[in-house]
Ligand binder design. Structure first.
Ligand code: SAH
Length: 213
């Protein structure tokens, strides 16, 4: 795939249907979010390294998550794992409302800030730190999405989701996860959708994987 339009055609062939999601992929220039030496691969449907052992996620995987989130304009969204900032830009294209994004690695957060500012995404607010337990200061959110794998859904996140709100996260082992969508009903999270067969980098931090024991 050489450009966003070809990537969108590919995503449609792969079964992505939500017109808002497809339009967001058409609008956000992925080449701005990948390292310069990998720009020729920017519209390939693969994850790419962005430094610090992290990756910009595979477009098909992101599209699946965004579909599961059922985003509409006006929603306030929290994402954990800013990485390159690409997913934050995609979310903002759909919601046109503030996106709160937490990244553990300061250098990646800084780079993402620069890229988003250059492209004019002023409504994406990036926070540096362990976001595994969410970002209570700006709660509640209409939607919450984790871009890195969790052993289980962290309990403190439930209180940060609005009633009827949806959370999407990759949940499983270090090497294999299901994408799980849960809806908040009362003070519980109820699973509404599950798609198996994904591999994400792990969430590290309080509610993530203990990697170096
Ligand atoms: N959406 C990003 C995906 C980045 S990969 C993109 O497409 O570019 C996942 C990111 O989660 C990595 O940048 C990693 O550093 C970050 N991460 C891991 N554990 C975290 C934590 N506890 N809090 C915040 N970010 C975390």
């Amino acid at each position: 795939m050489r450009n966003a339009e070809e990537l969108v055609r590919h995503l449609k062939r792969e079964g992505i249907r939500d017109p808002r999601v497809l339009e967001a992929f058409r609008r956000v220039p992925r080449e701005e979010f990948v390292p310069e030496e990998l720009r020729h691969l920017a519209y390939a449907d693969t994850a790419l390294p962005i430094g610090h052992g992290q990756t910009i996620s595979q477009p098909y995987t992101i599209a699946t998550m965004l579909e599961m989130l059922k985003l509409v304009p006006g929603m306030k969204v929290l994402e954990i794992g800013t990485g390159s900032g690409y997913t934050a830009a995609l979310i903002h294209e759909i919601t046109r409302s503030p996106v709160y994004s937490v990244e553990l690695i300061p250098h990646l957060a800084e780079k993402a800030r620069e890229t988003l500012e250059k492209l004019g995404y002023r409504n994406v607010k990036i926070f540096v730190g362990d976001g595994s337990g969410g970002l209570p200061a700006y709660a509640p959110y209409d939607r919450i999405v984790y871009h890195a794998a969790l052993p289980e859904i962290p309990s403190p996140i439930v209180g940060q989701l609005r009633e009827g709100g949806i959370l999407v996260a990759p949940v499983g082992s270090l090497h294999h996860q299901d994408l799980v969508a849960c809806q908040k009903r009362g003070d519980q999270l109820v699973e509404i959708e599950r798609r198996p067969g994904f591999v994400f980098v792990p969430v590290v931090g309080r509610y993530g994987f203990r990697l170096y024991r």
